[in-house]
Ligand binder design. Structure first.
Ligand code: X8Z
Ligand code: ZN
Length: 629
């Protein structure tokens, strides 16, 4: 199973271990017919080797695995695309069968790759062999029955999430899907109405709980069969460092940004307390999780009107402009594309416009959670979204196009290299572009009337950005904190929900608005849990995107404060971006980081620099408040 599409079923994760593609294709020479037949195909049984394997055989093996994986992954991506854009029992079964075939092949390929263990090989070959071995985020148990069961569970959990609905008694038989409930979360300021939407959506998850428990058991069995202690260790192995070093590194980044989050939390809580009353939000109390404008309290942008620093300044309401101007979903995507082409990147192919799904179909069930695809690993790029005329979706379009442009610039590489430098890079590209969607740019494209450049207007903009970017950070960290503990057995199935809320309180300072029990499965109400998509990638992306932005702004010759930069129309920035995209996963990620930014590690100094001007305002505003929880 394969890592794509981004933010969809992620059952395998190509990692940043690839080699120079040119070197791979030219050195050592391709295997001759004799050499090739001397190396059993990954799917064939292996006779005891009479002689130790050669470097040529290792190279031939990687060529074949790339070739066969491309066919299998294409077949499963086609089945998955049809399933997610038309969920039925049949398409779910077809998709599960294709995933099962991937799992089986990969299991055999991983075993096949061990034949070359300990050999001194050209770097590109060695990297690809390593990549094969750690490429699955959902490794199959060796037992074929269990493999089939796991594939079925994985596909059906995501399908059920996609179909999730809440049918409140007040609607007398009519039901609300996630889009509708999310709009309530965004717009309502009525405590009980929000509570109803929140508990309603969370009621879709308990039926997934039992399957999730089994998914953990079977996935762990698979992980152990390829030498990892559990699935979490496998997920953490994809960053060109040991899993332990990776864990420490994300902790380092979190500690860099936590003080800024705490300051924002303090200010927002004080405003919410004014609105909802002291009886609902006590002095040192965590914030009830349903009051932050988003189902998961992961993005607080919808609270902007509540915390606008200077309400008399020019409006930043892009959603209103999209509605007033009746901008159609496809036109919103074209606006997104125009940003990328302004940098000198290619237009999206004709097939993108023909094959993408831009709106929720009226007559069938789909997985609406936004995702980006290259179905053939050869440039058949698409997005799948349920676009509404609102700012959040406008930004998400840039996010998804970032994935597609990554695909487009590396699709000529062997499939094992067709991945981000690490998965955080993949998630960070479109967001980097979206950081250039400044008020000034929005004025240029006619979505804002006015974009004055003065400290008050800029403070407003920074507040809006902080509600999206800073509020996200603890959420980005905690989801996998929960899963790593679940996978490692530190959190037993009968403690799933309790452990979830311990982490939500610890990191986000939010609490469940009503008592929860182990009958609930609140992690399952977040797409990436039933979808099996690792989540630390988004935490990383939220740090990297500011590093990328700072670097591209420098390339573009920007000199003012970081938050005022837009690289729109700048070819020098585009060239830098293209060069990194084209590397795919062919080099360890620090090299890709170096190519774009000159830096060699994740570093929160860029995000801190970006928001520095806002901190003074937040501290002033929170004077006299008791912060923390
Ligand atoms: O899942 C996504 C993207 C697709 S990769 C829409 N995101 C995370 C989420 O929605 O939870 C982007 C931000 C975080
Ligand atoms: Zn994404």
């Amino acid at each position: 199973m394969k890592q794509r599409p981004y933010a969809s079923l992620a059952l395998a994760a190509p990692l940043a271990l690839a080699a120079a593609v040119v070197a791979c294709n030219t050195e050592p020479p391709p295997p001759t017919a004799t050499t090739a037949s001397a190396t059993p195909a990954p799917g064939q049984s292996q006779a005891p080797a009479a002689k130790p394997p050669t470097a040529e055989e290792a190279h031939g093996f990687t060529l074949r695995v790339n070739d066969e994986l491309k066919k299998l992954w294409t077949a499963s991506a086609r089945a998955s695309w049809v399933n997610k854009t038309y969920i039925t029992d049949d398409t779910t079964a077809l998709s599960a069968a294709a995933e099962e075939a991937n799992m089986e092949y990969l299991g055999t390929a991983i075993t096949g790759a061990t034949r070359f263990d300990g050999m001194t090989l050209p770097e590109p070959v060695a990297r690809q062999l390593k990549l094969i071995k750690i490429s699955s985020t959902l490794p199959a148990p060796p037992d074929p029955k269990k493999r089939a069961e796991l594939a079925q569970i994985a596909v059906s959990m995501e399908a059920d999430y996609g179909k999730g609905k809440y049918c409140p008694p007040r609607l007398e038989g009519k039901c609300e899907n996630l889009d509708e409930l999310s709009n309530i979360m965004a717009k309502s300021r009525k405590y009980d109405e929000l509570l109803d939407a929140w508990t309603g959506w969370h009621s879709i998850a308990p039926p997934i709980r039992e399957r999730y428990t089994r998914y953990v058991e079977l996935g762990n069995e698979g992980a152990r069969s390829i030498g990892f202690s559990d699935m979490g260790a496998l997920w953490r192995a994809g960053y060109d460092m040991t899993p332990e070093a990776f864990e420490a590194d994300t902790e380092r980044l979190w500690n860099q940004v936590k003080p800024l989050y705490d300051e924002l939390h303090c200010l927002v809580r004080s405003k919410l307390r004014k609105l909802y009353g002291k009886d609902k939000i006590g002095d040192k109390a965590p914030i009830p999780a349903h009051l932050l404008g988003n189902m998961w309290a992961q993005d607080w942008s919808n609270l902007y009107d509540l915390v606008t620093p200077y309400p008399t300044e020019a409006s930043l309401d892009v959603s209103k402009a999209l509605v007033d101007k009746k901008v159609a979903p496809i036109e919103m995507v074209k606006m997104g594309e125009r940003f990328f082409t302004s940098l000198g990147l290619d237009p999206l192919p004709k097939t993108f416009w023909e094959r993408s799904m831009f709106v929720r179909p009226r007559d069938r069930e789909v997985v609406c959670h936004a995702s980006a695809w290259d179905v053939t690993y050869g440039g058949d790029i698409r997005i799948k979204m349920c676009i509404e005329p609102k700012e959040e979706d406008f930004i998400t379009i840039h996010h998804e196009l970032g994935h597609d442009y990554y695909y487009a610039y590396y699709h000529t590489l062997p499939v094992l290299f067709q991945a981000g430098a690490n998965d955080g890079f993949h998630e960070g590209i479109g967001d980097t572009i979206a950081l250039s969607v400044t008020p000034g740019y929005l004025k240029t494209i006619g979505l804002l009337k006015d974009a004055p450049e003065n400290p008050k207007a800029e403070t407003n903009f920074l507040m809006k950005q902080a509600l999206a970017k800073i509020a996200f950070l603890p959420f980005g960290k905690l989801i996998d904190q929960w899963r790593w503990d679940v996978f490692a057995g530190k959190t037993a199935p009968d403690k799933y929900n309790e452990a979830w809320w311990v982490l939500r309180q610890k990191y986000q300072g939010v609490a469940a608005p009503v008592p929860r029990s182990e009958k609930d499965f609140d992690p399952g109400a977040k797409f990436h849990v039933p979808g099996g998509t690792p989540y630390t990638r988004y935490f990383l992306a939220h740090i990297y995107q500011f590093q990328f932005h700072r670097a591209l702004c420098k390339a573009a010759g920007h000199t003012g404060p970081l938050h005022t930069c837009s690289i729109y129309g700048n070819k020098a920035a585009g060239d830098k971006l293209k060069a990194m995209l084209a590397m795919g996963a062919s080099k360890p990620w620090p090299e890709a980081m170096k190519a774009i930014s000159g830096e060699t590690q994740g570093d929160a100094s860029a995000i801190l620099e970006y928001f520095e001007p806002l901190r003074k305002f937040i501290r002033e505003e929170s004077k006299g408040e008791t912060c923390g929880w």
